[in-house]
Design a protein around this ligand. Sequence first.
Ligand code: ZN
Length: 371
Amino acid sequence: MLFSEIVGLEDTKQTLINSVRNNHVAHAQLFLGRDGSANLAMALAYATYLNCEDKGETDSCGKCGSCSKMGKLVHPDLHFLFPVAGKIEEKGSARAELMTNWRGFVQEMPYAGVQDWSTFAGVDNKQMSIAVDEVREMIKDLSLKAFEGTYKVVIMWQPQMMAAAPANAMLKILEEPSPKTVFILVVNDAEKIMTTIISRTQLINIRSFAADEIEKYLVERLEVLPKNAAQIAHLADGNLQAAFTILNEVKNDNLPIFQLWMRHCFSRNYTEMVLMADEFHELKREGQKALLYFALTVLRDALVMNYGHPGMVKLPEESLAFVKNFAKVVNDKNIEPIMNLLNEAYYHIERNANDKLVFVDTSIQIARVIK
Ligand SMILES: [Zn+2]
C-alpha cells in the first residue's frame, strides 16, 4: 500500500512521513479510526515508507525490493497479529494457509472490519480472538534482528480482541521496546483496550473519510457515475467499505422484493407487511442496506421521471417499467417524506437496530404518507 492509494487525509500522511524524515518514529503507535476508515491502509502505507529504500518527500518509491515485498505483504520484517478462530495447529500447513488467507483479505479489503474478516476466512459465527500463543510467537520473531529492512514493523489489527493473558504479554513488550521495532495498533474502538496499553502508545487519529473523498474514490477508481457516487457516499457515512458493499449489492435482484413491499404499503396490508419483515430479516444487514439503497434509487428515478426527464433515468428494462408505474403514484408531496423514511431506516439498520421493527415501522409510515 502506498500513501497515494489512500484518498485524501493528506495531513495525516504528512505527519507520518515527517516523523520518519525527522527521525522521530515512536516505537508504539495507535492508529485510531472508525469502521471503514483508513487506519489499516495507513498502517500499511506507513510500514512501506519506513523500509522503502528510495523514500520520496510524499510517498514510498513503490519500486524498490522492499516496496515490492511490502506490496505483497511478504516482507520478512513485516509482522501481523490479528484475531483468528480457535487455535492454530503448529503442524502441517495450517499457519501458511492462514497467512495466505490473511494477505488476500488485507489486499482485497483493507478498509473492512472483523465481521468481513471472519466471512473471508470462512469462520462465520465462530468466536475470534488474538491468542497468547500468537503474541509469544511474535515476541520470539522480534528477538531476531531485522532481516532486510531498517525497521521491524508489527501491525496489530483489532488488539481489543485479546484476553488478559495476551494483553499482558503485549504490555511487557511495549514497556521494553527493542530498537528499530515499530508497533502499530490498528484500533476502531479505543474504549475496549486496556488503558495501560493505550498509555504506552502515541495516538494517531485517522478521521473518517469525507463524503467527497468517497465520491472521488468511486468515480475515479471504480468508474461509478457521479450522481450514483454522490448518493452512495452519502449513505456510506464516512465508511469506505460500506460504500463498496452498497456498490456491489445494488443489483436488480432487489426489484421483486421492493415491488412487493411497495404493493403492501399501497394497499395498507399490515398483515403482509409483518410477514414480509421475516423476509427482510433473512437479507441480513448488508442485504437490507442494499435493498434500501435500491429503493432510494428507484424513488429518485421516479422523481426525475415526474419532472419530465425520462432520458436521465438509466435503469434496466424491467426496472424502468416499474419506475414508470411507480412515478404515477408518487408525487412531489409524498416522495420526499418516503425518501426520508428510507434514509432513516438505513441509518437505523446500519446502527444495528432491530431489523424487523425497523421494517414494520417504516412500512406503516410509508403507507400513511401515501394515503
Ligand atoms: Zn521503495
